[in-house]
Design a protein around this ligand. Structure first.
Ligand SMILES: Nc1ncnc2c1ncn2[C@@H]1O[C@H](COP(=O)(O)OP(=O)(O)OP(=O)(O)O)[C@@H](O)[C@H]1O
Ligand SMILES: [Mg+2]
Length: 221
C-alpha cells in the first residue's frame, strides 16, 4: 500500500529548485531522519543516472526529440520502480527534483512534440503515479538562465544552451500546468532571495501536508 507522499520541485532552469531543495532538507532532516528520501530526475539510481548522462551530454547534438522524451520516460520508469514506489510503500516522504511536469514542459512544449502526447507517453512509464504536491518555482526564464550563466559556467548542459525562445515555451507550459492543476501545483515566487523562497516553500508544505508538517513545536518534523 502506498502511504507515503511524493513532492516534486519544478520550474525553469536556474529557478533555484536544487538550492531550495537542499535548504529545505537541511531544515526538515533532523526531525524526519530516514523517513525523508531526496532524489532527482533524470537519475536516482545507476541505470537512470546513465540515461541522464546520455541525455545531457552536449556532444549528443544528433538526438531526436522523441528519443529524448522516451529516454526521460525510461529513466523515470526505472526511478519509480527502484526508488520512489518502494519509498512510498514504506511511508516515506519523497522530495524529487523535477518529475513528469518537466517532460511535459521541456519535451512537450519546448521541443514541440505536444504536451498531450508527452503526458500520454509518460502514463505508460508511471502507470498513473502522480505527485501529491508540486512546488512550482516561478521565475522569468531569462532570469533563471542568467543565474546559471553567472554562477555555474562549468555545469551548463545540452538543454541549458537552447535558445531563449525554447525556455519561454517551457515557462509558458509550466504556467498552463499551474492553471490546470491548482490543487496539486503550488506557486513559489522564485524571483525572491533564496531564504524567502525557502520560507515560502516550507509554508506551503506545512499547509498542504498537515500530518507531516504540524504547527511549530508539535510537528513530526
Ligand atoms: N532565489 C535566488 N536568488 C538568486 N540566485 C539564486 C536563487 N536561487 C538559486 N540561485 C542561484 O542560481 C543558480 C541556479 O540555482 P539552482 O541550481 O538551484 O537552480 P535549478 O532550478 O536547480 O536549476 P536547474 O534547472 O538548471 O537544475 C545557482 O547559482 C544558485 O546559487
Ligand atoms: Mg537543479
Amino acid at each position: 500500500m502506498v502511504t507515503g507522499k511524493l513532492i516534486t520541485f519544478e520550474g525553469p532552469d536556474g529557478a533555484g529548485k536544487t538550492s531550495a531543495l537542499n535548504a529545505i532538507v537541511a531544515k526538515i532532516k533532523p526531525q524526519l531522519g530516514d523517513r525523508l528520501v531526496v532524489t532527482r530526475e533524470p537519475g536516482g539510481n545507476r541505470i537512470s543516472e546513465a540515461i541522464r548522462q546520455l541525455i545531457l551530454d552536449r556532444q549528443n547534438t544528433a538526438m531526436d526529440d522523441r528519443t529524448e522524451a522516451l529516454l526521460y520516460a525510461a529513466a523515470r520508469r526505472q526511478h519509480i520502480v527502484q526508488k520512489i514506489l518502494p519509498a512510498l510503500q514504506a511511508d516515506q516522504l519523497v522530495l524529487c527534483d523535477r518529475f513528469i511536469d518537466s517532460s511535459i514542459a521541456y519535451q512537450g512544449a519546448g521541443r514541440g512534440i505536444g504536451e498531450q502526447a508527452v503526458a500520454e507517453m509518460n502514463q505508460f512509464a508511471t502507470e498513473g503515479l502522480t505527485p501529491d504536491l508540486t512546488l512550482y518555482f516561478d521565475v522569468d526564464a531569462a532570469v533563471g538562465l542568467k543565474r546559471i550563466q553567472t554562477h555555474r559556467q562549468d555545469e551548463i548542459n545540452r538543454l541549458d544552451v537552447e535558445a531563449l525562445s525554447f525556455h519561454h515555451r517551457v515557462q509558458a507550459a509550466y504556467l498552463q500546468l499551474l492553471a490546470q492543476f491548482p490543487a496539486r501545483i503550488k506557486r513559489v515566487d522564485a524571483s525572491q532571495p533564496l531564504d524567502v523562497v525557502v520560507a515560502q516553500s516550507l509554508a506551503i508544505l506545512t499547509t498542504q501536508l498537515p500530518t507531516y508538517f504540524k504547527a511549530e513545536g508539535k510537528s513530526k518534523l
